[in-house]
Write a protein that binds this ligand. Sequence first.
Ligand SMILES: NC(=O)c1ccc[n+]([C@@H]2O[C@H](COP(=O)([O-])OP(=O)(O)OC[C@H]3O[C@@H](n4cnc5c(N)ncnc54)[C@H](OP(=O)(O)O)[C@@H]3O)[C@@H](O)[C@H]2O)c1
Length: 291
Amino acid sequence: MASILLVGPGAIGATLTAWLCQDDRHRVTVAARTAFESIETQTPQGVILAKPQVITEPAQVQHVDWILVATKAYDSESATAWFPQAAGPRTRLAVIQNGVEHVQRFEKHFPRERIVPVMIDLPAERTAPGRTVQKGPAHLVVPSGRNGADFIALFAHANFDAKQTDDFVTAVWRKLCLNSAGAPCAVVLKPNAISHHDGVAELMRNIVRECVAVGRAEGATLEDSIPEEIVERMRRAPRDSGNSMYADRLAGRPMEYDARNGVIVRLGRKHGIAAPMNALMVDLLEAAQNS
Ligand SMILES: NC(=O)c1ccc[n+]([C@@H]2O[C@H](COP(=O)([O-])OP(=O)(O)OC[C@H]3O[C@@H](n4cnc5c(N)ncnc54)[C@H](OP(=O)(O)O)[C@@H]3O)[C@@H](O)[C@H]2O)c1
């Protein structure tokens, strides 16, 4: 049995909460910015209804065994407002976000040795507060060790593929390769079909080549074939499918371009590796978002 505070009940957070509530040994509380009554998640295995406690004020929470943060990366700082009330001396923090800076985003606010970074590959969409659609299977990867094993155990009743790895750095950079390549879709506000344009496909390859170079400098094992594999994958996807930055821009929401492309520029600078295509994506998306 575990007491769990899920911060950020959006597409990922509400879907994870629905599955966590399948295990009635857990006491699940949802820390929301926008209140709702219940969760309804359509999964490949059917609809899951859940009624966790939903709170909107940090004063309403008590110490928990686990804090799970599933906000967008740019909301990480605001998510820490829940920590003083929720975190006790043994509480662990799982960071379930995209990018490669899971620990760095939170180490100023939480003891590093109790932070569990989580790589999540779970296609999910939020249709309304508390309403989500899980569109495919869920894959979770955590670093090997006690914290990772205990995190995976929380999902014993979920139909997830959850694994520990001795090479988490490679797992998150591999995912970043895919995420970084999606930026042109958000720039031109078009779905994956644009990957069939030869010039755009080459731009995507170059974005990923920069990601591979910086990822290797950070210690990840990444093959030369990854840029081509990603373009092929985008070309095989339905022409009208899109990534979440594209969806966020369409909906007028902020975008995670810093966590997906800016990080390649920043860490590249640290290693003396230029990342001009990623820098271009950041400038264009920043201008699009802020104008
Ligand atoms: N969606 C996917 O398919 C997918 C797949 C893999 C990885 N990811 C990654 O998973 C992370 C979460 O993505 P998402 O798609 O689930 O995002 P999302 O649908 O935008 O959900 C984020 C949630 O966080 C809430 N929030 C923001 N600040 C908060 C705070 N201070 N306290 C409590 N709640 C707060 C938002 O509240 P409001 O309800 O007020 O907006 C929203 O419910 C991102 O890093 C994303 O890149 C997403």
